[in-house]
Design a protein around this ligand. Structure first.
Ligand SMILES: N[C@@H](CCC(=O)N[C@@H](CS)C(=O)NCC(=O)O)C(=O)O
Length: 216
């Protein structure tokens, strides 16, 4: 049985969404955010203190895009993976990792310096600069989704899950009004997927059962 450690609406949503799209059984362990502060015992399981942590037998992984790649590769064949023999294999890996490394990282600075730091350490300049950074990098997704329903390979893949999570975080940060029309429509399409809805339900259910408040 796969075990996934998760905080509501955090990057661990990528593996959760992937598990739901694949219909795999898993155990979801919800943690308060940040676990490093509010669930110190978690450091004994994951010394990094970050989520996700996915356990699958002897396999331990802590990178959300890599876990999505692992799941679709190991538990395929599935259309969510793009094979090495397909023309879009490179594009698949590129956008899968772009979703985290390029689209999510700048937003974590926005989150940190607008909400998570104590009042006296908040920094509107960092928030403005890294919001702009994110929106600048998002232009390439606007171009792609203006011409394509999905990011690559002509179908829904784990790369859409990776980019989709960055859009979920942007929504939480109030950046959606600055999305272009194609990204707005793409994000709406992603949220209509049954797999996405099941992941949201699963997170809410596990949070309720484990006594954790839902996060907006
Ligand atoms: N690159 C990693 C980042 C993991 C990460 O930093 N997760 C955040 C939540 S989204 C976290 O655990 N933050 C709490 C902390 O740093 O203490 C991934 O994609 O999974």
């Amino acid at each position: 049985m796969i075990t996934l450690y998760h905080c509501a609406r955090a990057r661990s949503f990528r593996p959760l969404w992937t598990l739901e799209e694949l219909g795999l059984p898993y155990e979801l362990k919800m943690l308060p955010f940040p676990p490093r502060v509010f669930a110190k015992e978690y450091l004994g399981i994951n010394p990094l203190g970050t989520i996700p942590l996915m356990l699958d037998g002897e396999t331990r992984m802590t990178e959300s895009a890599a876990i999505a790649q692992y799941l679709v590769t190991k538990y395929g064949p599935t259309p969510l993976a793009v094979g090495v023999d397909e023309p879009d294999f490179g594009a698949f890996l590129n956008w899968l990792h772009f979703g985290e490394a390029t689209l999510t990282f700048p937003q974590t600075l926005v989150l940190r310096y607008s909400e998570l730091e104590p009042e006296e350490r908040r920094n509107p300049q960092v928030v403005a600069d890294y919001s702009k950074w994110f929106l600048g990098r998002l232009r390439i997704i606007e171009t792609i989704t203006a011409a394509n329903e999905h990011i690559c390979a002509g179908r829904f893949t784990a790369a859409d899950i990776s980019v989709g999570y960055a859009l979920l975080l942007a929504e939480r940060l109030g950046l959606t009004s600055q999305f272009g029309p194609a990204v707005t429509a793409y994000w709406a399409r992603l949220q209509q997927r049954d797999g996405y809805k099941r992941a949201v339900d699963s997170e809410n259910r596990a949070g309720d059962e484990q006594g954790l408040a839902r996060r907006d």
